[in-house]
Write a protein that binds this ligand. Structure first.
Ligand SMILES: *[C@@H]1O[C@H](CO)[C@@H](O)[C@H](O)[C@H]1NC(C)=O
Ligand SMILES: *[C@@H]1O[C@H](CO)[C@@H](O)[C@H](O)[C@H]1NC(C)=O
Ligand SMILES: *[C@@H]1O[C@H](CO)[C@@H](O)[C@H](O)[C@H]1NC(C)=O
Ligand SMILES: *[C@@H]1O[C@H](CO)[C@@H](O)[C@H](O)[C@H]1NC(C)=O
Ligand SMILES: *[C@@H]1O[C@H](CO)[C@@H](O)[C@H](O)[C@H]1NC(C)=O
Ligand SMILES: *[C@@H]1O[C@H](CO)[C@@H](O)[C@H](O)[C@H]1NC(C)=O
Ligand SMILES: CC(=O)N[C@H]1CO[C@H](CO)[C@@H](O)[C@@H]1O
Length: 691
């Protein structure tokens, strides 16, 4: 039996935007419903929201005033016991499983910008403060975790994130090498004549300073402030074949967390004219079905904040979803020469003594980040028309620019929740076809656009690496934290006579030189990689096409806005470190180097998958019979998603270099202008001149 392991390192959830799937309820069952807190507000904002909805008689195009949302959120009484239980769970999760707790205490490497913190003692400090209501405490916990500037790691309250706040405007920045840096209007859906006006001041303060401070304090999608600055502003991303606003971009004017005040003034310069506009925050519900679920503060709490919500049956723990699937394609063709190192890699076969993993770990990440209120995003996106599409692979698109340049836009490594041999083989085949068509069209130079790729399946990342560099190891070495509780899981999983679906089962991994682990000690003492290489090489063997692409490192350049994360960061870091591929990053600050990728992590994991798809820490420990361990985190008393980086990735060139904490600037740096911010093909042309 062959191995087939899929690890999804997807990022997710930013606090920017996020929602439940329509019809599915997002909650975390626990043993008993928590009681509703007593209503403590003066005005029942939740009831006002309901009344606005009733009066309108429709769910379409509704928005609600900031003041009602604020009153609604602030209406839930603070509860000491709830705080104590939440803190206990956070501490156990971060102590036991968060792989970067030690690194987070160190001052940032030059080039990065974040506050060094001792996350455990900071969590402890939450118990010293006084809070006027539940929202204040929850917000403090959320903000504390975001200080790690690690989007794999979030404390995400479902209660306070059902609405998106918008000012119906999106901004961008132009810059030039001489140091000029200007904020402009990307799209104003209320007064379109403001588009491209310069934003001089925001609430009376220089606009650049306001956006920079917001990016420093509130945006957490990267340890590089320049990347956070980019994501505070508008950025278009290929989503299911169309360019629209990236759901985690534009964070200054599109927020999931309640803004601090009701309105903002913008002083604009439009040609020779100056004007001041004032914008109030409006709240738009993402899933309009949610409007049927509450009439006042009490029912809002019961349905969105309590754990579990009213009306939801407490579900018995489910068996993990583990479809039996064979490796994608059997090795065919000539027998490998097992003495050749290269062939060993290509045709690695499991011996009888190896643990057999024929199960696909079903690794649906809890939330699909792209299913967020698409209407709001579309309304803020200009139309994008790019010619010369050569092939559309959905997760990627391939374009030919005249003069010998091929462009591969690798938009995501996430193939959705239908992960099977068929869907993976299709994705592999499509990616291969796209690159081949570029080569067939005579592309001598290759621009790889990795902007806004938030990662997804590591196996797709490894496939892309193997496609372009067939003779090299496509994986980054990783390691767990190896705390006592993780060691107990590793021992328990390895002592099982059957392969388990636990992420702590060493059968799912190989040593860095691609050997199977024979016992727990070997595993505990080594770094390791995902055990997916034989599946990828099986695909190549079947299609007899592993080395037919024409490009060398020096024929390629990677283009990014720095927001190439997780499994995308893994690709870009291998290309750069191991193969010397150059990179051009766009945006950030003039004269300050900009990262070409962010949050390589390792692997994100979630304490308890709100959608119960069987891939979370609680299910994992449940299957090992270890949830009663004293150090295992109990359920959070409110409806909250807690995710954390559980594995760290290392450099392939410096064995002890932890990539998440290494600043890796791009080799070239360019900036947006009025055209290229709305037309990615302008950036492709610029990038191609650097090859
Ligand atoms: C809510 O009110 C009831 C009755 O007034 C009281 O017994 C209870 O302690 C209050 N609960 C909270 C959390 O304040
Ligand atoms: C946490 O609390 C301790 C003791 O009260 C205090 O010394 C420390 O400064 C606090 N840390 C922060 C970051 O607030
Ligand atoms: C993606 O676009 C296709 C049409 O191009 C559509 O049929 C499909 O439903 C879309 N998928 C998602 C997830 O939006
Ligand atoms: C999953 O993908 C397979 C293969 O493409 C397809 O046959 C099947 O219908 C898909 N299942 C769902 C639930 O979309
Ligand atoms: C391994 O399993 C056997 C029974 O299957 C049990 O007796 C032994 O204690 C287990 N060892 C560990 C380390 O859990
Ligand atoms: C497992 O044992 C085999 C045979 O002795 C050895 O070649 C291989 O290196 C071992 N695996 C690891 C990870 O050490
Ligand atoms: C995940 C989810 O519920 N998305 C919804 C957000 O809101 C839009 C429109 O309001 C829906 O179309 C999405 O399905």
């Amino acid at each position: 039996m062959k191995t087939f392991t899929i690890i999804k390192t997807l990022i997710i959830p930013s606090l920017m935007l996020l929602a439940t799937h329509r019809g599915e309820s997002l909650y975390i069952p626990r043993d008993a419903p928590s009681s509703a807190p007593n209503f403590s507000g003066q005005v029942d904002g939740c009831a006002n929201i309901h009344n606005t909805f009733k009066k309108a008689g429709t769910k379409e195009g509704l928005s609600f005033p900031f003041s009602d949302l604020k009153a609604c959120y602030e209406s839930f009484a603070f509860d000491n016991k709830r705080r104590a239980d939440t803190i206990d769970t956070m501490k156990k999760t971060f102590n036991g499983f968060y792989v970067f707790a030690d690194q987070a205490k160190e001052q940032p490497a030059q080039g990065f910008d974040f506050k060094a913190i001792d996350i455990i003692s900071e969590i402890d400090n939450l118990s010293q403060k006084s809070y006027a209501n539940d929202f204040e405490f929850s917000n403090d916990a959320t903000n504390l975790v975001t200080e790690l500037k690690d989007p794999h790691t979030i404390f995400f309250p479902i209660c306070y994130t059902r609405f998106t706040f918008t000012q119906r405007i999106a901004l961008y920045a132009t810059a030039s090498q001489d140091g000029t840096h200007t904020i402009k209007v990307f799209k104003d859906t209320i007064e379109s004549q403001n588009n491209d006006c310069e934003v001089d001041r925001i609430d009376g303060v220089a606009a650049i300073d306001v956006i920079t401070e917001y990016a420093r304090d509130k945006v957490f999608v990267s340890k590089d402030l320049g990347v956070r600055f980019n994501m505070a502003l508008a950025s278009l991303a290929l989503q299911n074949g169309t360019y629209i606003l990236q759901p985690r971009s534009s964070q200054f004017t599109l927020r999931l967390v309640l803004p601090e005040k009701e309105s903002t003034t913008y002083d604009l310069k439009c040609g020779s004219e100056t004007k001041t506009i004032t914008r109030n925050w409006e709240a738009v519900i993402n899933n309009s079905d949610d409007l049927d679920k509450f009439t006042d503060s009490n029912s809002y709490w019961q349905n969105f904040c309590a754990n579990p919500p009213a009306g939801e049956k407490v579900q018995p723990p489910q068996e993990p979803i583990t479809p039996e699937i064979p490796p994608p394609i059997r090795n065919i063709g000539k027998e490998p020469n097992v003495n050749s190192k290269k062939d060993k890699r290509k045709y690695h076969r499991r011996t009888k003594s190896e643990k057999s993993h024929t199960k696909c770990r079903n690794i649906a990440y809890p939330i699909d980040p792209l299913t967020v209120n698409p209407e709001l995003l579309k309304s803020l996106s200009p139309p994008v028309n790019i010619n010369n599409l050569v092939f559309d692979a959905k997760i990627a698109q391939f374009y030919s620019l005249g003069n010998d340049v091929g462009v591969a836009v690798l938009a995501t490594y996430d193939i959705g929740n239908n992960i099977s041999v068929d869907t993976l083989t299709t994705s592999f085949g499509n990616l291969q076809t796209g690159f081949k068509k570029l080569a067939d069209n005579g592309a001598k130079k290759l621009v790889l656009d990795l902007s806004n790729n938030e990662g997804g399946l590591t196996i797709i990342s490894h496939f892309v690496n193997s496609l372009l560099f067939p003779n090299a190891n496509p994986s980054l070495p990783t390691d767990f934290k190896l705390t006592d509780i993780e060691k107990s899981a590793i021992l328990k999983a390895s002592n099982s006579s059957q392969p388990t679906n636990s992420i702590f089962d060493f059968g799912g991994y190989l040593s860095v030189d691609e050997q199977s682990f024979n016992n727990t000690n070997e595993f505990l003492e080594s770094k390791f990689i995902e055990n997916d290489i034989s599946s990828i090489n099986g695909f190549f063997a079947a299609t007899q096409s592993s080395s037919s692409l024409p490009w060398k490192s020096s024929d390629m350049i990677m283009l990014t806005n720095g927001y190439c994360g997780s499994a995308c960061a893994a690709t870009s870091l291998l290309f750069s470190d191991s193969h010397g591929v150059r990179s051009v990053a766009v945006g950030g600050f003039p004269n300050i180097p900009l990262s070409f990728s962010s949050f390589p992590g390792g692997q994100a994991f979630v304490l308890d998958d709100p959608l119960k798809r069987g891939f979370d820490l609680k299910t994992d420990f449940g299957s090992l019979g270890l949830t009663d361990e004293a150090d295992f985190p109990k359920d959070i008393p409110t409806n909250t998603m807690l995710t954390f980086t559980v594995r760290k990735a290392f450099s392939t060139v410096n064995a002890d270099e932890i990539l998440e904490y290494s600043f890796k600037p791009s080799t070239n740096h360019i900036f947006f202008d009025e055209t290229s911010i709305r037309d990615p093909s302008k950036l492709w042309s610029q990038a191609s001149t650097l090859i």
